[in-house]
Design a binder for this molecule. Structure first.
Ligand SMILES: Cc1cc2nc3c(=O)[nH]c(=O)nc-3n(C[C@H](O)[C@H](O)[C@H](O)COP(=O)(O)O)c2cc1C
Length: 314
């Protein structure tokens, strides 16, 4: 099961009308969740970097939940980002610790929708204003998901909105966010996309042994490439040796398309199109598309097992 960590960037939840409702709803409805309320954890803004990084390492889905303040995150969340997304954690030569984790920005917005328009007083669409955070996710290698946001979330008694109206919008916001988390955490498509991405990342690195791949290979594997067929884990290792002999480690594998559908019994049929680019051991360059047809199952631990692995050059 995917673990969800929610970072709450509201500076004072005891005075919140909407973020509070969203956080409470998430807490009630999502089983495997760690909600980190920065206002109570760090009233003096002294972030415990180690504790925060540990929470992120354990998560598959990272939600930044915050009220939109001056078209950005509140100061405490900016401090959290500056401190926690550090060198060799979120960026730098060993900064791959957040790689492949999903990032969801979830924000409450005071202004109305029509104001976030070239002709409105906020001029820019919300998603344009979120670009710095989106790029932060990209730099950290995270998988940026479309954000969840709600307008007209400001409640000032007798001035703007009613408590009832903003609380209702907050509940709807929470439902939308939960549906998104559920899709990411439990849909087979999303899980398989991640699996395939990690699989080909390993081929980019090209470790000297096949052992990193073997946990996902069935004993009955049937592997077919343009020239030969191979069987089982031992067959996979033989094939992998031929890959090592042909490719230099700088060769990259980019997934251009991935689809998965239910097959017979508990199997899934996956179709993947990968572009392989770089230099071969024989000095030639390669820039080729491969179609891959896999048959996979999910084991009791929720991990994919590959039973059939057909590789065809396009
Ligand atoms: C310091 C500050 C800055 C704000 N900046 C914006 C803004 O740039 N755009 C906007 O639409 N609303 C802005 N708001 C309104 C908040 O986004 C809104 O009050 C908040 O989302 C409500 O969340 P809460 O009920 O959890 O406190 C701002 C509010 C404060 C206090």
């Amino acid at each position: 099961m995917s673990k969800v960590v929610v970072i709450s960037g509201h500076p004072n939840l005891s005075e919140s009308w909407t973020n509070k409702v969203i956080l409470n709803t998430l807490e009630e409805q999502i089983k495997s969740i760690d909600i980190r309320r920065l206002d109570t954890l760090y009233p003096n803004y002294q972030i415990d970097i180690e504790a925060e990084q540990k929470a992120l390492l354990e998560a598959d889905i990272v939600v930044l939940q915050f009220p939109f303040y001056w078209y950005s995150v509140p100061a405490i969340m900016k401090k959290w980002l500056d401190d926690v997304f550090g060198f060799n954690f979120a960026y730098g030569p060993e900064g791959d610790k957040l790689k492949d984790k999903h990032l969801i920005l979830s924000l409450t917005i005071g202004g109305p929708e029509e104001s976030y328009d070239p002709l409105g007083y906020n001029h820019f669409a919300v998603e344009q204003l979120l670009h710095p955070l989106q790029q932060t996710g990209y730099l950290a290698g995270m998988i940026y998901q479309s954000p969840v946001y709600s307008y007209r979330m400001i409640y000032i008694p007798n001035v703007y909105n009613t408590q009832q109206a903003v609380e209702k919008r907050a509940l709807e916001h929470a439902e939308e966010l939960i549906a998104k988390i559920d899709r990411l955490a439990y849909s087979t498509e999303a899980q398989f996309e991640l699996f395939a991405k990690q699989w080909f990342d390993r081929f980019d690195r090209l470790p000297e042994e096949s052992s990193e791949f073997l946990p996902y290979i069935s004993e009955e594997l049937e592997l077919l490439d343009a020239e030969n067929s191979y069987r089982g884990k031992a067959g996979f290792t033989d094939w992998y040796q031929s890959v090592l002999a042909a490719f230099k480690p700088e060769v990259t594998h980019r997934i251009e398309q991935v689809e998965i559908e239910s097959g017979s019994d508990d199997t899934y049929l996956a179709t993947i199109r990968v572009r392989v680019q770089g230099e071969l051991q024989n000095g030639n360059n390669i820039n080729q598309l491969f179609n891959q047809n896999w048959t996979v199952t999910l084991n009791d631990e929720g991990e994919f097992q590959i039973h059939r692995y057909y590789v065809t050059p396009v």
